[in-house]
Design a protein around this ligand. Structure first.
Ligand code: 0O2
Length: 206
């Protein structure tokens, strides 16, 4: 069972590598061709077996590989941090437009933030991985967000876990207020950037 689980998780590790390589190629090509790098940071992880078991129990998913494959879509996860909101959408378009990538689900919490203030653009994509046994489509969750959105989300995540989900109302209101400030900062930085380079910087050149 343990070997089977390792083998199951390995496919997600390979899927992650494929998508990471695509992002590295976009980043390097952007830098070289346009003298501009829209990606600040990329981080990735495959869920640990313990965290996967927790999620299956929480969501009431049957403990079979088929049920897990269908029911848990963030076993492989990548977070792409960009300088500006435009870059988050631009990278989303460039990745999801590649013809070996299929998009399973998109959640746009940038245009439609969660009530707590969370902003991020999520996509569940499927990427082909070629094994000795043949081709498998591996789902990978990709989150695109700006540095300001990421800064907010990582603090909110820590607070949420510290209070085990029961965050006091005063703190929730402060977090929402901080999310609004982060959004204002994003808009302001993007305006400054456009003053420097013009609104269509890079877009024309693609
Ligand atoms: P972790 O530890 O980051 O992996 P799902 O539970 O994934 O099947 P859900 O929650 O509807 O379904 O998916 P959604 O909304 O796309 O959120 C998935 C991930 O987005 C979360 O993964 C978080 O990483 C992030 N996220 C979503 N909402 C919030 C939020 O309010 N605050 C912060 N800080 N992050 C958020 P996990 O598995 O919850 O956690």
């Amino acid at each position: 069972m343990r070997d089977e689980l390792q083998r199951f998780l390995l496919e997600y590790q390979f899927g992650l590598r494929e998508v990471e390589t695509k992002l590295v190629i976009l980043r390097d090509e952007f830098q070289l061709t346009h003298d501009y790098n829209p990606i600040e940071h990329v981080s990735s992880r495959v869920k640990t077996a313990d965290s996967l078991v927790d999620k299956i129990a929480r969501k009431g998913i049957e403990p079979t590989f088929d049920a897990i494959r269908t029911g848990v879509t963030d076993i492989a996860g990548i977070r792409v941090t960009t300088s500006f909101t435009r870059d988050a959408y631009r990278l989303f378009d460039l990745l999801t437009g590649q013809d070996d990538i299929s998009v399973r689900l998109v959640k746009d919490y940038i245009s439609d933030p969660k009530p707590n203030g969370y902003k991020s653009l999520h996509a569940i994509v499927e990427v082909p991985v070629f094994l000795s046994t043949g081709r498998v489509e591996v789902p990978v969750e990709v989150q695109f967000r700006t540095i300001a959105m990421d800064f907010w989300a990582s603090l909110e995540h820590k607070i949420y876990y510290k209070y085990d989900g029961a965050v006091p109302d005063g703190l929730l209101a402060e977090l929402k207020d901080a999310a609004d400030s982060a959004a204002l900062l994003d808009a302001r930085m993007e305006r400054l950037h456009e003053q420097l380079h013009g609104p269509n910087h890079v877009v024309h050149a693609i």
